[in-house]
Design a protein around this ligand. Structure first.
Ligand SMILES: Cc1cc2nc3c(=O)[nH]c(=O)nc-3n(C[C@H](O)[C@H](O)[C@H](O)COP(=O)(O)OP(=O)(O)OC[C@H]3O[C@@H](n4cnc5c(N)ncnc54)[C@H](O)[C@@H]3O)c2cc1C
Ligand SMILES: *[C@@H]1O[C@H](CO)[C@@H](O)[C@H](O)[C@H]1NC(C)=O
Ligand SMILES: *[C@@H]1O[C@H](CO)[C@@H](O)[C@H](O)[C@H]1NC(C)=O
Ligand SMILES: *[C@@H]1O[C@H](CO)[C@@H](O)[C@H](O)[C@H]1NC(C)=O
Ligand SMILES: *[C@@H]1O[C@H](CO)[C@@H](O)[C@H](O)[C@H]1NC(C)=O
Ligand SMILES: *[C@@H]1O[C@H](CO)[C@@H](O)[C@H](O)[C@H]1NC(C)=O
Ligand SMILES: *[C@@H]1O[C@H](CO)[C@@H](O)[C@H](O)[C@H]1NC(C)=O
Length: 465
């Protein structure tokens, strides 16, 4: 059994595939004037900032956390120097901007490595092992699925939908599976979608298209150091004084002044900073609740107000009592395609760190973090009661790291897609000197987002010279 290190693909592995404390006083300095102000220092925002700076524009990047990277999470073992990436793992091997970006930042990369081990299927609601589990024929299903996906390869560049939107993309993914007899694909993609069988097929295709299938068979790439934080640490150094961490937007004034500058007020650890910029790039999840203080017009409010999202969490746990090199996939034989009943743990997978397991958890809608954490620990304890895991001398399972990547998977209902939601969303690009990138505007994948952001650069920089 081989686990691809690739994030959506741990589970596929079937025989058929063996192949701030800030004060609210003004900071006291002058307003900061920049060509472009970028909000959100994850995959898209960091890429935009580095590229725009390299093209000769002045930038400032605003990030609420203490580091850049967004969904990249790297844990460093206290007594070793083994980095463990428990967030973003891999990148697409055949997208040229991925390699250019890594080269620009002097990051060594190579084919992703996979881990060998044993897979146990268990129902984590009961702790019982699932006997006689037979993997669906993924290879066969992937071929059929790939033929349909190939018709929509434009989706890998953005929400470029045919008009009218094809029924295949609008139908719930559960119905698509039946129509094309592709149940073998479900275990490749089920994680991260919440209730995947009810998600419009569009969202599965957005991530899992022809390019993803190519990478699944030909391999992904990863950093040589197996430490994805290096990418963002290096980017922060390239951007040097132009990153504001622990910072968030307090208000924006999108009415340009006589010099064509819009105003963004940002709360930083140093106080209230005033940024005057010619362009604004928003990369954060565009939920109304996450855009407090932004000067939104009616179209933005109407569009962003339609987004729904799911919960997605990742963590590292010790004292699981699981045998070495053993992964547990949550499998519920009472459910269609043996999917787990959410909210629940998706999987528990061994890492390079001795005794450290990565646990991924999902829910159809965002959950309180404390309930996610207690459900993860309870699920592992249930494995100890049934003997799949041992009671450990070191005691109870414990988190060594935890990250919530919620809100994840911003989607709108099929009716909205059908009535042109994405054309209206994309029509916001450039209005009021503002541009948007990030997963809600494209796909939940760093490589695809870097390419989408690259493609947006000429529009962002137009008129800046
Ligand atoms: C567990 C997990 C594993 C994954 N593995 C992979 C993988 O192997 N390969 C891959 O390509 N993709 C992977 N992804 C998905 C992918 O990395 C994300 O879809 C991608 O990071 C999204 O990029 P983004 O720029 O839209 O958002 P993010 O990277 O999330 O960046 C958004 C940033 O904005 C900040 N922010 C949010 N709100 C505010 C605010 N109001 N003010 C200021 N800052 C704010 C956040 O702190 C964050 O840093 C994974 C995701 C998860 C959760
Ligand atoms: C991973 O990279 C980050 C950023 O460069 C660094 O701070 C951390 O020490 C690295 N971890 C290991 C184990 O090398
Ligand atoms: C699993 O297969 C074995 C051997 O074929 C059989 O004896 C057993 O009853 C099966 N168990 C279940 C739960 O179906
Ligand atoms: C569905 O696909 C499976 C293999 O993936 C195959 O065995 C089966 O015959 C197919 N069923 C139909 C109705 O085509
Ligand atoms: C990259 O993947 C696509 C599928 O999206 C494939 O058609 C193409 O041939 C691949 N490119 C290279 C250079 O391998
Ligand atoms: C927004 O900026 C414009 C241009 O500088 C100015 O005229 C207007 O008063 C500002 N609006 C607010 C609410 O501060
Ligand atoms: C539990 O521990 C016993 C005794 O050390 C060992 O024989 C057994 O294989 C362990 N089981 C698991 C699931 O690790």
């Amino acid at each position: 059994m081989v686990w691809s290190t690739s994030w959506l693909f741990h589970a596929i592995v079937t025989a058929s595939l063996a192949i701030g404390t800030a004060c609210s006083q003004p900071s006291g300095h002058e307003a900061i004037t920049r060509d472009v102000c970028i909000i959100g220092g994850g995959a898209s925002g960091t890429y935009a900032a580095v590229r725009l700076q390299d093209l000769g524009f002045s930038v400032t990047l605003i990030e609420q956390d203490d580091s850049l990277g967004g969904m990249v999470n790297t844990y460093t073992d206290p007594d070793g120097d083994i980095p463990i990436d428990y967030g973003v793992a891999d990148y697409r091997s055949n997208i040229s901007v991925v390699e250019s970006f890594l080269k620009r930042l002097d990051i060594a990369y190579g084919p992703s490595e996979s881990t060998e081990g044993t897979t146990v299927r268990a129902n984590l609601d009961t702790g019982q092992r699932v006997l006689n589990y037979t993997s669906p024929n993924a290879l066969d299903a992937l071929t059929r699925y790939g033929e349909v996906a190939a018709k929509y390869s434009e989706l890998e560049h953005g929400y470029y939908l045919p008009e009218p939107v094809p029924e295949d993309l609008l139908m719930p993914f559960g119905q698509f599976i039946e129509k094309y007899n592709v149940s073998g694909v479900i275990h490749v993609v089920y994680r991260s979608y919440g209730d995947i069988l009810h998600q419009p097929t569009l969202y599965v295709m957005k991530y899992f298209g022809a390019n993803a299938i190519y990478n699944l068979f030909n391999g992904f790439i990863g950093t040589k150091s197996q430490n994805n934080s290096e990418i963002y640490d290096k980017a922060a150094r390239v951007l040097s004084g132009n990153v504001m961490l622990h910072s968030h937007v307090v208000s924006t004034n999108m009415t340009a002044d006589g010099d064509g500058l819009i105003e963004i007020r940002v709360q930083s650890p140093l106080g209230l900073e005033i940024i005057r910029a010619r362009k604004l790039v928003i990369t954060i999840p565009p939920l109304i609740s996450n855009l407090d203080g932004f000067d939104l017009g009616n179209s933005e409010k109407t569009l962003f107000g339609q987004f729904q999202s799911v919960g997605y969490y990742t963590s590292l746990v010790q004292n699981t009592g699981l045998p070495a090199n053993t992964a547990v996939l949550n499998t519920n034989s009472n459910n269609l395609y043996d999917l787990p009943t959410l909210p629940s743990v998706y999987q528990i997978v061994p890492t390079k760190g001795t005794g450290l397991y990565q646990v991924e958890y999902g829910s159809p809608s965002p959950q309180p973090i404390e309930s996610v954490k207690s459900d993860i620990l309870a699920s592992i304890r249930r494995l100890k009661t049934t003997g799949i895991a041992n009671v450990t001398e070191d005691g109870e399972p414990q988190f060594v790291a935890f990250a919530s990547h919620t809100p994840f998977q911003l989607t709108v209902p099929a009716d909205a897609i059908k009535s042109g939601f994405y054309s209206k969303l994309y029509a916001l690009q450039g209005q009021k000197q503002t541009f948007y990138t990030g997963a809600a505007f494209h796909a939940y994948d760093s490589s695809l987002l870097w390419r989408f952001t690259e493609d947006l650069l000429p529009k962002i920089s137009s008129g800046l010279n």
